[in-house]
Design a protein around this ligand. Structure first.
Ligand code: DOR
Ligand code: ZN
Ligand code: ZN
Length: 424
């Protein structure tokens, strides 16, 4: 089976080139990248005026399967993924039951393989039941194919246990993806601790809630030699600490989410829990630091923390609704609009942060557009303008703070393993 993607501009972070060329795909592999190819292919995509980029890799999503299929299923989750240009997603383990053993890992991987739409990689929890008391069966989960371990949704508060987990991550050659939140400092805060939110009478979450654990984990990574990946960084001081850790030669990488580099706590609409996520929307100063960090390379990755919840749950209001926003179907457009169009990132850097770097961190042979490599690709129209409409989402979750926002940048087609998984 031949697929020809014609007339696009190929963006390849592998060798930092941006060239006008046709991409010929055969049996799931990129066969030839060259201009004006006149091959008879079964499928043709006209990518005129579009970028042909390595398929986006979201190393931070919540797919809610098993156990909370009313919020999202693997099927709706991967449909949302390919709609958003993502060809690989990494699922966090805070499902019901928690992914803390190989059986649940196998369940997710097998189910995703049967859906055959996007690559789904399941992470393993650090502790049994994410209770923070004893380590999960990490060895067995590694054998089952987890690309990383993570306690996402919370922090392993026991530093000794966290250090043991890092030692195992070193042993098995996988990264630890850290959700940094000191449970005691967080208390029952729901939004950023600042003047704007205090006026609304909501309990605050200070930057220290995140920064304290971020510092701790960097120190533990230094001692153990573990590859530490910091999830959803949201504070200015956090960016500074990551920069310092990198200068020290510590194996640390960091991600930010589109909502954190776009919105501040002042954008929160009265009692609208679609603006509630963990970590919370911070201040202008923090947003600026995240953007600077992305630009300079201190921040390696843009990930969504796609966290679907139902409208009923989100209707409970700021104080009671669960944390989390969906992101798979808006990430590329928000990144284009807020970062590339405004000059913070080049299109190449966007490809690095949304594909190449996640692939390197996870040890995947992906994230490039090169002959002989798997054909995971996205055709992206950077000029197309539209308004975000949650009703157009494939995700069951409609909980986005970007509803009604004017954006630029639309996914025109997503190719996974040589097959068209989504086309506009
Ligand atoms: O906003 C969030 N939602 N942050 C988390 O850490 C967990 C996630 C979820 O699972 O809903
Ligand atoms: Zn988290
Ligand atoms: Zn998360």
């Amino acid at each position: 089976m031949l697929l020809l993607i014609k007339n696009g501009t190929v963006v390849n972070p592998g060798d930092q080139t941006e060239v006008k060329a046709d991409v010929l795909v055969e049996d799931g592999v990129i066969k030839k990248i060259a201009p004006r190819q006149s091959v008879r292919a079964e499928r043709v995509i006209d990518a005129k005026g579009c970028y042909v980029m390595p398929g986006f890799i979201d190393m931070h999503v919540h797919l809610r399967d098993p156990g909370q299929e009313y919020k999202e299923t693997l099927e709706t989750g991967v449909k949302a993924a390919v709609h958003g240009g993502f060809t690989t997603v990494v699922a966090m383990p805070n499902t019901k039951p928690v992914v803390d053993n190989e059986d649940v890992v196998n369940y997710v991987h097998h189910k995703a393989q049967n859906i055959r739409l996007a690559n789904v990689l399941q992470t393993g929890a650090v502790t049994k039941g994410q209770r923070g008391e004893e380590l999960a069966d990490i060895e067995k989960m590694v054998e089952a194919g987890v690309p990383a371990i993570s306690e996402d949704g919370k922090t392993v508060m026991n530093a000794q246990l966290c250090r043991e987990a890092m030692a195992l991550a070193v042993k098995y050659g996988i990264p630890l993806l850290a959700h940094c939140e000191d449970a005691n400092l967080a208390g029952n805060g729901v939004v950023n601790a600042d003047e704007a939110t205090e006026k609304m009478g909501w309990k605050g979450i200070s930057n220290s809630v995140e920064d304290v654990i971020l510092a701790r984990d960097i120190i533990l990574a230094k001692e153990t030699g573990a590859a530490l990946h910091l999830c959803h960084c949201s504070t200015k001081f956090g960016v500074r600490m990551v920069e310092f850790a990198k200068q020290e030669g510590i194996r640390v990488t960091a991600e930010v989410c589109p909502h954190h580099f776009t919105l501040t706590s002042s954008d929160i609409k009265e009692n609208d829990a679609n603006y509630k996520m963990n970590p919370p929307l911070r201040t202008k100063e923090d947003v600026e630091a995240l953007r600077e960090g992305l630009k300079s390379g201190v921040i390696d990755v843009i990930a969504t923390d796609h966290a679907p919840h139902t409208a009923i749950e989100k209707g409970e209001g700021m104080s009671r609704a669960p944390f989390g926003v969906v992101g798979l179907e808006t990430a590329a457009a928000i990144t284009m609009t807020e970062l590339v169009d405004k000059g913070w990132l080049t299109i190449m850097q966007m490809a690095e942060k949304m594909s190449y770097n996640p692939a390197r961190i996870l040890g995947l042979d992906k994230g490039v557009v090169e002959e002989g490599k798997p054909a995971d690709l996205v055709v992206f129209d950077a000029e197309k303008e539209y308004t975000v409409d949650p009703d157009s989402f494939y995700s069951k979750g409609r909980n986005t703070p970007f509803a009604g926002r004017k954006v630029k940048g639309m996914v025109m087609a997503t190719v996974v393993g040589g097959k068209i998984a989504y086309q506009e």
